[in-house]
Design a protein around this ligand. Sequence first.
Ligand code: NAD
Length: 505
Amino acid sequence: MTRELRDTSPGSSPDATPSTFASLDPRTGTVLAEYPVNTASDVAAAVERARGAARWWRAQGFRGRRDWLLEFKKAIASDADDLARAVSIETGKPYDDAMLEVMLTVEHLDWAARNAKKILKPRRVSPGLVSVNQSASVGYQPLGVVGVIGPWNYPVYTPMGSISYALAAGNAIVFKPSELTPGVGKWLETKWNSLAPGQPVLQVVTGFGETGTALCRAGVDKIAFTGSSPTARKVMAVCAESLTPIVAECGGKDAMLVAEDADLDKAVESAAFGAFGNAGQTCTGVERIYVAEPVYRQFLDKFTAAVERVRPGGSDADSYGPMTLPRQVDVVRSHIADALDKGARAVVGGIDSVHERFVDPVILTDVPEESPAVRDETFGPTVVVNRVRDLEEGVERANSSAYGLGSSVFTGNRSRGREIAERLRAGMVSVNSVLGFVGVPSLPFGGIGESGFGRIHGADGLREFSRPKAVTVQRFPAPLNLLTLERSARDMKISAWMLKARHGR
Ligand code: NAD
């Protein structure tokens, strides 16, 4: 079976609901392994088991969960080579890129394990003047069972960005990995089971969109979805049937801004990594670059020279691997063709750069802003470099996207960089680097608009998978007793006077 024979479009499964599907090596199309297409009843059974495991997990308390998760982290880190190899073989990315993904994953798991108690445990808050007789506290309790639906491009880092934080917050997980990377999902489940075989706190169900839909309908307490914006809409519609909340981590069209005072060598190095790393299949990859007029020519010359050294291929020594999702090749080709039709120039590569499995790097310039290459997620190793008058125009163009995931700005003036970062319509911004935020576990990760909503990572990520619990404990009777059917005229009169005195002036 070759990959081309398989329809992997969202929500579809090949043939008439086959009972298994193949995971393939995208470099060659050869079959790596077969996995079950889990049905709705398989998914329901997994969620049922997870309910029991969630009770055990919750009973471990913050301390117990921290210890378990640090064991899990240790087990992953000590077997990191094997996991990186599993990632590399199913996605086609070079081994070192896969290892980098594992390293980042482990850092996040470590942070989530160590910080959950501090962030989520009940803490006293001021009751305010009107309720001075109450002691007030807020704590964050587990939701129960969280369904995680993951993509294929970072098959460990991305879903573990939800899984680590949801586990640390006390939830059990049922994870549906992408149909392109089921082996990586199974690897994580097996690793957990090797530590706690009788406690299915992390289970994996495999299959296509239907299995994901079944997870949305299985009565989980939240869905953490990462994938494309069109699929997020379908997931949200199904979750709406049962008021199941979701966090949606979707696509992006990240812009990089280069100011006239930027370190151009650094900007070029980062642009090449951000645009072509992982074959451009990065949600927060650089897809648009806006360069200030005075340095535009110089930036483009340096960038072109750097990108001419970039080599795609199927070996670990290559700069990046194949397109993991075969039909994405058509999107990449159409964006290039449309831009060229509209008068853009290809300064590196062109339409012939798009091959059957691999795409050579492409730099397009002077691309009209209304083109799909500027507006829609390309998710391939192509990048648009457009000239702008200055950073002000760059911000305006960057912000005119429907997406708002990440972005970056290069300038010699760091405080200007911070100021621009505040004004960019994006969930995350890096100044003088690209993807600077992905390795900072204390920072929230998530987008705006078409890029989705809700946050993973950091304190916000822990709270995303928790339910706030508000508690008051009455310490002494209220000086003014208003919460009674036998309220006195005196208490009411004093209260009304206080209302005006405190707030009416
Ligand atoms: P996709 O939307 O095709 O699939 C994502 C997951 O959803 C897969 O597991 C798939 O089987 C499942 N799915 C498909 N149809 C479904 C349905 N109807 N109901 C429930 N589940 C369904 O996305 P993909 O191609 O796997 O991933 C690439 C996309 O993910 C890109 O848009 C990329 O930008 C985005 N992404 C975002 C982030 C982020 O953190 N914001 C991270 C990585 C990838």
